[in-house]
Design a protein around this ligand. Structure first.
Ligand code: SF4
Length: 289
């Protein structure tokens, strides 16, 4: 019996990742050597391998003399690093996602207008490190409402004027929780400016995944193990209580996972290419037919 397989809407590449990948493939066509990306272009090892086959390699250090063209990935990079790169004798191609750029620009503008910038997000994430570098010396990153904002004394607020922005991929529920805590201490501020720098692609994918996870017996979440947004999808599914497996490609699927399920859900992170999603669905069909 063919089992019911439901693919979450919007699974796979988001606009910014697709744009960065298209840029990388396009550059690979035009330049035959010396093309590098600063770090892996996206958090997906299979895509990184395909690009390597075309002569585009990830590099962590920028001192290599062989670099002729350097592509900046979708998450963006810190301002100081960008300035450093501009000094190099190579072509810089900026594939930073326009939504991330918007957050960087807002951070810089708010800091220059005297606001203390609060960034809601994960301070270890490369995107946040990039935004933070534009946000001035008083900027802070807040990741958990409970840990960091429970006691108002703990908030390292230095200004009466604050500007709030978010890492593009943060869940709205978490942002609202932190914002509520800040607004509860409203009497401490003269002015609070709030900008929405969340990316719709992420919230739409989360909503679509939640919908599917609630109606299936098993969820297969496809994407790099080091991809924050794929991990976020897997955690969401687990929170809903559905049996969830986070895999990078079709090879990892175990027949036992899908055998006893009547309905199987599939979703994928922003850095998962369509060809991997197709292979996963084909493998599930093969196991369940
Ligand atoms: S998730 Fe949104 S902000 Fe991040 S790269 Fe994709 S489109 Fe850009």
């Amino acid at each position: 019996m063919q089992k019911n397989i439901v693919l979450a809407e919007g699974a796979g590449f988001c606009f910014g990742v697709k744009r960065a990948i298209d840029i990388a493939f396009d550059v690979a066509q035009k330049h035959k050597d010396g093309v590098f990306t600063l770090g892996p272009i996206i958090h997906n090892p299979q895509v990184v391998e395909r690009l390597k086959d075309l002569g585009v390699y990830p590099v962590d250090e920028i001192s290599q003399k062989t670099i002729k063209t350097l592509i900046i990935r979708a998450h963006g990079i810190p301002k100081e690093k960008f300035n450093e790169l501009k000094q190099l004798d190579c072509e810089i191609i900026d594939a930073t996602c326009p939504f991330v750029k918007k957050a960087q620009n807002l951070a810089e503008k708010l800091a220059s207008e005297g606001y203390q910038v609060l960034i809601i997000g994960d301070r270890e994430h490369p995107e946040v490190k990039g935004i933070f570098s534009y946000a001035g010396e008083k900027a802070i990153v807040i990741n958990h409402a409970d840990n960091e904002l429970k006691e108002s004394k703990k908030i390292p607020i230095l200004n009466k004027k604050i500007g709030i922005i978010q890492q593009t991929t943060q869940p709205m529920s978490k942002v609202k929780e932190i914002m509520n805590k800040i607004i509860n201490s409203l009497n401490e501020f003269e002015e609070i400016r709030i900008f929405n720098t969340l990316c719709n692609f992420t919230s739409r994918r989360l909503e679509a995944t939640e919908k599917v996870a609630k109606e299936v017996d098993v969820m297969i979440v496809v994407g790099g193990k080091n991809s924050a947004n794929t991990t976020q999808l897997a955690n969401l599914c687990r929170k809903i209580g559905v049996k969830t497996y986070h895999i990078e490609d079709a090879q990892e699927i175990d027949k036992k996972w899908v055998n006893s399920a009547k309905k199987i859900g599939v979703t994928a992170g922003a850095s998962t290419p369509q060809w991997i999603i197709d292979e996963v669905i084909d493998k599930i069909k093969k196991f369940t037919n």
